[in-house]
Design a protein around this ligand. Structure first.
Ligand SMILES: [Zn+2]
Length: 203
């Protein structure tokens, strides 16, 4: 067995390969690319990762990503504070923002109910959601969880939890792509799904 002269290259490939959506081939290609980069550019990449890790946090109100205590959407006086859109992940919030069709506020759950994965309501930002709605002033809660098993289970749970809290609870219309992940929906589909929202049917 020949001596391995480049264990640090192996480590680089391994770490890149851990990133979402990166297979072994891509990991290898990217590792070589990083090696060929000018030193200062590689340094910029490393410090961008470090800075993002240090500065990005969750908004105290909605749970979306921000570098401040409260995010720009929550602070924007022009947003409609009587509308609250519930999403699973911060990325989903961005997807809905990009449609340009929504002017209300958000609440990020940080996941979806999934008994198979051992994720229950107490693992999600559900209590802070209840508090926001109970506090009053919200006329409609739009549940924009993914159109898959977990998203549907979460949507039914929220509908029950918010019963009698004084807000109408609606759900995005179907028509999202297979698997129903907001992240992968195109903007036109998402905008349609938002405008076609309706009451949650428990049957
Ligand atoms: Zn916020």
């Amino acid at each position: 067995v020949p001596r391995n002269d480049t264990p640090s290259l192996d480590a680089l490939k391994r770490e890149i390969g851990r990133l979402a959506g990166i297979g072994p081939k891509s990991a290898e290609r990217l590792a070589y690319h990083v090696l060929r980069m000018p030193a200062d550019q590689a340094e910029v990449l490393v410090s961008a990762i470090r800075r993002a890790r240090e500065r990005i946090r969750h908004c105290r109100e909605c749970g979306g990503l921000t570098e401040a205590e409260v995010c720009a959407i929550c602070e924007d006086p022009a947003r409609d504070r009587s509308l609250l859109c519930i999403v699973e992940k911060p990325q989903d919030l961005l997807s809905i923002e990009r449609t340009g069709e929504y002017r209300g506020l958000y609440h990020v759950l940080m996941g979806a109910i999934s008994p198979l994965d051992g994720v229950g309501p107490s693992d999600l930002r559900v209590e802070s959601l209840r508090e926001r709605v109970v506090k009053g002033g919200i006329r409609e809660v739009i549940v924009a969880t993914n159109a898959n098993v977990e998203g549907e289970a979460t949507s039914l749970y929220l509908k029950k939890m918010l019963e009698g809290a004084g807000a109408r609870v609606t759900r995005l219309a179907h028509g999202l792509p297979l698997g129903g992940e907001l992240e992968f929906a195109d903007l036109a589909t998402l905008a349609l799904s938002l405008s076609g929202r309706r009451e949650i049917d428990e049957s």
